[in-house]
Write a protein that binds this ligand. Sequence first.
Ligand code: AMP
Ligand code: GLY
Length: 424
Amino acid sequence: MNILILGSGGRESAFAWKVAQSAHCDKLFIAPGNAGTTQYGTNVNIKVTDFEGIKALVLKEDINLVLVGPEEPLVKGVHDFFLADEQLKNIPVVGPQQEGAQLEGSKDFSKQFMERHNIPTAAYRTFTKDTLQDGLTYLATAGLPVVLKADGLAAGKGVLICLTLEEAQTELTAMLADAKFGEASSRVVVEQFLTGIELSVFVMTDGNSYKILPEAKDYKRIGEGDTGLNTGGMGSISPVPFADAAYMKKVEERVITPTIEGLKKDGIPYKGFIFIGLMNSNGEPWVIEYNCRMGDPETESVMRRIDSDFVDLLLGVAEGNLNEKEIIISTKTAATVVMVAGGYPGEYLKNKVITGTENVRDSIVFHAGTSMDGNDVITTGGRVLAITTVQDNMFSALQQATADASRIYYDGMYFRKDIGFDLL
Ligand code: AMP
Ligand code: GLY
């Protein structure tokens, strides 16, 4: 069968690497892809939100399955677009329809969903411009720190952790009255601050049954020792030692099963991935957020621990027989180190020539923000490459990924040398 992956980051590179190995895969297309995805398939320069362009490609290349990487096309309804089109309606899309994508597209929707289905999450209230005064009063009674979340998608910037009441009131006003994050902050969720260690849990579902994929830990801050500005993610590790069988049993019973059952009870069809961002507080899981897609850079580590045919699992999602499929997970450790552009996550350098990828010894170089410039591979995004290795133990994995990252060079290149070392 012919398969199309939508997206262009490290996550989509890892998907492409894995899908290309499947016995089910004849031709693989990636739209738009990056300089690295051409190793696994054919790039097609179409934006992930250009639904008409995607339709033309799917019909021209006789695509039989579409795997959606990022949230934006899902929240904008790419799956619904397929279902509503006579020529596309029988071509399966892995990724939820618009309603299910609201789990990520609206923080208020996801909080109400969790409340309705008794899924453990931080206490919250939602405010709008009309209820700003109530919000300011509420903040005065809420404990500190307090978390403010723009309801809609805000390119990963919509969450503010405020340490003082003054800061919280100023920010709430800026978000609601001055549209700090545009339409995304026309509603704001004010939430209790949770302490603990974060964990990324991934579930694949056909709407009825589910498979739990390998869990991972993501490193979000730019600086070593988890300092400095938030980024899209600077590295990941899988498995995560504290997420042992007893812990994952709690996660399954308290979070995963009620989530899948909740979607069914609410009549929300869902075929795709659910990424559950958890806070582990003294051994108890609390949901921080849902995403309607896989994580990046978690996917790079997760794909490398799945030993079974990934397309077979995707077909289980598409055809509604995921319960009949088997997922084989490696017991080895995968580690990913993300190499970023100088200046990232602020204004960053672009168009720098990348050299040395051929010197990498025992990792896969998943491309993210890269393009071709003649025969050169150049940097075009903030997160440039994800270096992923699999080793027998965590220490070797961390060491190998870090050593391999240091074999690559471009002007201004930076990566964290402490990914995962907090877990050793
Ligand atoms: P989100 O966009 O919901 O993933 O939030 C971004 C980040 O903010 C999360 O990954 C956490 O690090 C942090 N965060 C969000 N909500 C909370 C909370 N209730 N308590 C503590 N940290 C939080
Ligand atoms: N690594 C976090 C995310 O993909 O949102």
